[in-house]
Design a binder for this molecule. Sequence first.
Ligand code: UGA
Length: 436
Amino acid sequence: MHLSVIGCGYLGAVHAAAMASIGHDVVGIDVDERKIASLSKGEAPFFEPGLPEILSEGIASGRLRFTTDMAEAAGAQVHFVGVGTPQVKGGYAADLTYVDAAIDALLPYLAEGDIVAGKSTVPVGTAATLAERVAPTGATLVWNPEFLREGWAVQDTIDPDRLVAGVPAGPAGERAAEILRKVYHPSVGKGTPFLVTDYATAELVKVSANAFLATKISFINAMAEIAEVTGADVTQLADAIGYDDRIGRKFLGAGIGFGGGCLPKDIRAFSARAEELGRGESVAFLREIDEINMRRRDRAVDLVVEGLSGSVFKKNITVLGAAFKPHSDDIRDSPALDVAVRLHGLGAWVTITDPAAIENARRIHPQLNYVDDRDEALRGADAVIVVTEWDEYRRQLSPEHAATLTQGRIVIDGRNCLDAAAWREAGWTYYGMGRP
Ligand code: UGA
């Protein structure tokens, strides 16, 4: 099938390449010339395992190309819209400027029978408004939210755990759902659930999924706070409750909390939309979720201060990690980087390293000292804090080896990802999050 993908950020670039990899003929369109130039060469503009491979394959096969010219969307049967919906400045709501601009730019190239498939995360009610704007062209709007995780984006796009299509009532909606089924034929064919809903449900599925994940993380972090005053161990608690498959162990990782380009902004936009709908109280708990999450960053900083006997002033602190999670170079709302910046603000000499995110971090926070090599970063540290659980720190860094490099033997495990006993045995004073 001929597809266009409008917006070539995380979502769009991966979607375009993944659709080409399952056999479609795809044009990716974005207003950012640099992004398009790099994608056209088969280079991913961000770190995403597996993406460079499917980009190069797609381009070499002739099924995948990128352009800044919206006119090239003409002729595609399905137009995916995957532009960003950041938080508005000075508020919690989602900024729909890019979605509106993408639809406006696309309208002149739509033909009778085309499908416009919205993938951006939007406030409930957006699709209905956009559908009215698309209607005069004879095209049909569907809402097809995306659930990919950064770091696993290729796999999540090609082999998702479910597909959702929000369609209008009647034959046009049924036809649109059928076409979308064909687009996703490999996964639909092997039994991936394909749920057809109305617009509002599809929009809400996306934000409620992210709200639930955020809630799960803040729940365990709230338990970590209680563990801290009772001497309990939150990781054992998580293991024990996680064996109940109604609860499940996933997303019960206590630590410095969630960040990234999605969970934080999505729960805020959800609250803002619920307020507009007169149902603010229904998701009032999301404010608590947000506050618990932000408190964990304070806690991590406090532990470093405690470890260094009350002050980090003029102390060498090595921060392991900058990305908001491993397998990503994304530093948007990164708790890791926030902790580093806070320590710097308290007068510490902060050295930070990360396998993928240094360039991005340096651009936003040039005041910190960035070192590519992990061992070099550790040299002379008075204290070490792990804030992104990359394997390079979690599995590949032995406490004995680390001890040969640092000045002090204080380690703060901001992700509860280290073997506490092994670090203690190697002579370190170990601090976990919600662990004795
Ligand atoms: C999230 C969702 O997981 C995806 O399903 C969704 O499609 C995506 O947002 C989106 O809306 O686009 P992502 O932002 O890639 O994906 O990251 P997650 O894997 O959800 O992690 C989010 C944050 O939570 C990270 O900072 C991570 O370190 C933190 N986290 C995760 C914890 O603190 N504890 C855990 O147990 C799990």
